[in-house]
Ligand binder design. Structure first.
Ligand SMILES: [Zn+2]
Length: 471
């Protein structure tokens, strides 16, 4: 049972003996730090503490920092990434959080903590005594927040003993309503963290970072047996760069989990296969009064192309394992037109069939209007990790067991998107994704609960313990 917490136990002959503890498994004291204030009085809005000033020495004091305190420290740091930028990382401000994390990691005893030139933070926790041969697990989260919403000056509302009703987000006029987010009712009694309505919250993915850091500290201060644990905090995930510069070899993990978004019972190992498709159409423009049998109106050809696609295969008409063509952008006039689609399908065979359909449309249109009228450019984006996870389903089964052991029901629905883990899985590091307890990412309605984050810490520690016991 994961209600157990190992604490203050002895190792005698190197064998691990667990001591039971009935609490929620987390030590309650914060590290040193001054009191900060949460503005925007609302319901039971409270002060939070634990502002990190670089003096925090939890290991010396034998006390752990709470996941919520860590989270509140991280969200204050402005780390929005930028689509338009051509630098790596896309924004220098992500280094602010990276440097803070390196300092904090060193403070809890991760001696090799470092940040590289791509703004990736790495650190390892060596295996505990007797676990040198255990599987080495990686834990990954991203530091940037989505450019879709403002991530500067995040000023969270912390609502203790939340009443399960609608929450007014500061003076912004936004309301986090139970109508739109029915799961809020289940959060009654929890400590709910929301935005003040003017920014996103950044639970995506700073909740993941706070959870990994809290689990890491518990590994270093407690007596939980564990194999080598490899930690990486990436930059630029929100603009598609997340795992690109992760040095899998140096990282040193046999398997890894990303902690990124979604309810804490979520475990994702099936994602879309994805590509983009761009049709460029060159027309033949001539005076409309004199164009019979001569003019090729590129804009009309573009409309014909779209009409050849199945009208029911759009994001608005599909769910679960159903794939789609999604027209994201179009422009055009008589001379030239352009259609931009993203193509998604969980099944690799039907994904390839969708690409063939697009190529067939290109061929047909060129036969109809003359060679070179239509040019199609297909660019593969990512693939469904399931084929790389299937040979190591223990990665999923162990998580499900841990979640069930906590009296919760794991949710492994296929994700209708991609994850960093998909990329990593195809680069040789099988890497499913775990939920962080965060909801409604990328906008002012983003929220998370302290209890949800604490549960994720327990899930992570439970997984680590399971792999240590199994070797
Ligand atoms: Zn994310």
């Amino acid at each position: 049972m994961l209600q157990e917490q190992n604490q203050g136990n002895t190792r005698g002959d190197g064998r691990f003996e667990a001591a039971r503890r009935d609490s929620d498994g987390l030590l309650r004291e914060t590290g040193s730090g001054r009191f900060g204030t949460v503005r925007r009085a609302q319901v039971n809005t409270v002060r939070f503490r634990g502002y990190y000033k670089g003096k925090y020495k939890s290991t010396e004091r034998g006390r752990s920092m709470k996941v919520l305190d860590r989270f509140l420290n991280y969200v204050k740091i402005y780390t929005t990434s930028d689509h338009e930028s051509i630098t790596v990382p896309s924004t220098q401000r992500q280094f602010d959080l990276a440097h803070l994390l390196v300092k904090e990691m060193k403070g809890i005893g991760i001696a090799d903590a470092r940040v590289d030139e791509n703004c990736y933070v790495y650190g390892t926790i060596p295996a505990s005594e007797g676990c040198g041969d255990c599987i080495s697990l990686g834990l990954i989260a991203h530091m940037d927040t989505a450019p879709d919403a403002c991530g500067e000056g995040v000023s969270p509302q912390v609502i203790r003993d939340y009443d399960g009703k609608d929450v007014t987000l500061g003076t912004s006029g936004h309301v986090l309503s139970t109508d739109k987010f029915p799961h809020l009712k289940k959060m009654k009694g929890c400590t709910l963290v929301t935005t003040d309505g003017t920014t996103l919250l950044g639970a995506d993915d700073k909740a993941g970072i706070a959870e990994i850091m809290t689990a890491a500290e518990q590994l270093l201060t407690g007596e939980i047996p564990h194999g080598k644990i490899c930690i990486c905090f990436t930059s630029d995930e929100e603009i598609g760069g997340g795992a690109r510069h992760l040095d899998v070899e140096k990282f040193g993990a046999d398997y890894a989990y990303t902690l990124d978004g979604g309810a804490e019972t979520e475990i994702v190992y099936e994602n879309f296969n994805a590509c983009s498709a761009v049709f460029e159409v060159d027309g033949f423009n001539i005076h409309p009064g004199d164009s019979k049998d001569k003019m090729i109106n590129a804009a009309l050809v573009a409309m014909e192309i779209n009409a050849m696609l199945p009208a029911c295969d759009t994001p608005a008409h599909t769910e679960m394992y159903e794939g789609f063509y999604h027209l994201t952008d179009m422009s055009g006039n008589v001379e030239h037109a352009r259609l931009h689609y993203i193509v998604r399908d969980h099944d690799f065979g039907s994904f390839e069939a969708r690409k063939r359909t697009l190529l067939h449309i290109e061929k047909t249109m060129n036969e109809r209007y003359g060679a070179g009228t239509v040019k199609l450019r297909l660019t593969d984006e990512y693939r469904n990790m399931v084929e790389k996870i299937r040979p190591c389903m223990h990665l999923i089964d162990n998580v499900k067991e841990v979640i069930r052991g906590m009296g919760l029901e794991p949710d492994s629905s296929p994700v209708r998107g991609g994850t960093d883990g998909a990329q990593l899985s195809f680069r040789g590091l099988p890497c499913p994704n775990l939920g962080t307890g965060g909801h409604a990412a990328h906008g002012p309605y983003e929220h998370v609960t302290e209890e949800g984050m604490e549960r994720v810490v327990k899930i992570v520690l439970g997984i680590i313990r399971k792999y240590a016991a199994g070797c």
